[in-house]
Write a protein that binds this ligand. Structure first.
Ligand code: PGA
Length: 230
C-alpha cells in the first residue's frame, strides 16, 4: 500500500489561485520519483472539475481528493455535493469528518458514517478524520467490512493549524487504538505537518494530511521531495 501525501486547501484560494498552485506543483514535483508515495490535493469544490481536467492534461499521477461529500445519495438535497456529482471527475479520495466540519457545521459521527458509505458505494476511498474524544463512537457506527476499506487520519484538534504538532509517540498510541478496533488499516497523521517534521511521521504513518504548509505549491513540493527521498 502506498503512503499518501495530501494537501488540503480548506476554503482558501480563488479558482485562479488554485490553478496557479496546480501549475506550480506540476512543474516542481519530480513525478517519476514518487516511489512508494501517492501525492494528492483537495481543493475547494469549485476547483474540483477544473483540477480533474488539468491533472489529466498534465499527465501527472496527482490524486484528486475532495474535502467532503454529501451524506445523501443523488437526489433532492439542495446545496449538497453527492458522490454521484463527482462520478466522472476521477476523484480517488474524500476527506470525511474533518474536525472543522464537526466544529463549524455541526457534523456528527452519524453523518460521517453516512458519508463513508456514500463514498465507498461510489468507488471513492474515504479519509476518515478522527480525534480521541470520538474515535470509538465513530468506529462503532461502521461495520467491519466498511471499516477495512477506509483510511484513518488522526487529527488532534490541538495540532490543527497551530504549529503545535503532536509527538510521534502519541500518534503511535492512537494508531494502535485504531488498528485494535479496525484491523490492519492505513493510518495517517494530520496537524501542523511541515517539511521539517514529515519524516518523523512517515516512520510510523501511512501518510500525512497537510493544511497550512501546503498552501504554497513550492512548500508542498519540498515536503514531497523530503518524503520521497526517505
Ligand atoms: P494544518 O491542517 O496542516 O494546517 O494543521 C491539517 C488539517 O486540518 O488537515
Amino acid at each position: 500500500m502506498k503512503k499518501l501525501l495530501i494537501s488540503n486547501f480548506k476554503s482558501n484560494k480563488s479558482v485562479d489561485e488554485s490553478n496557479e498552485w496546480l501549475d506550480e506543483l506540476v512543474k516542481t514535483v519530480d513525478w517519476n520519483s514518487l516511489g512508494n508515495f501517492e501525492v494528492g490535493v483537495a481543493p475547494a469544490f469549485p476547483s474540483v472539475e477544473e483540477f480533474s481536467h488539468r491533472i489529466m492534461e498534465a499527465q501527472v499521477p496527482l490524486k484528486l481528493t475532495t474535502q467532503d461529500l454529501s451524506a445523501y445519495p443523488a437526489g433532492s438535497y439542495t446545496g449538497a455535493v453527492s458522490a454521484r456529482n463527482l462520478a466522472d471527475l476521477h476523484v480517488k479520495y474524500a476527506i470525511v469528518g474533518h474536525s472543522e466540519r464537526r466544529r463549524y457545521f455541526e457534523e456528527t459521527s452519524e453523518l460521517v458514517a453516512m458519508k463513508v458509505v456514500q463514498a465507498l458505494d461510489n468507488h471513492i476511498i474515504p479519509l476518515v478524520c478522527i480525534d480521541e474524544p470520538y474515535l470509538e463512537e465513530q468506529i462503532k457506527l461502521l461495520d467491519t467490512a466498511t471499516l477495512s476499506k477506509c483510511v484513518y487520519v488522526y487529527e488532534p484538534l490541538s495540532a490543527i493549524g497551530t504549529g503545535d504538532n503532536v509527538g510521534v509517540g502519541k500518534v503511535a498510541e492512537v494508531f494502535e487504538k485504531i488498528t485494535k478496533l479496525c484491523g490492519d488499516v492505513r493510518c495517517m497523521y494530520g496537524g501542523s505537518v511541515t517539511d521539517q517534521n514529515v519524516s518523523e511521521y512517515l516512520l510510523i504513518a501511512h501518510g500525512v494530511l497537510v493544511g497550512s504548509f501546503s498552501l504554497k505549491a513550492n512548500d508542498f513540493a519540498k515536503l514531497v521531495a523530503t518524503a520521497t527521498a526517505l
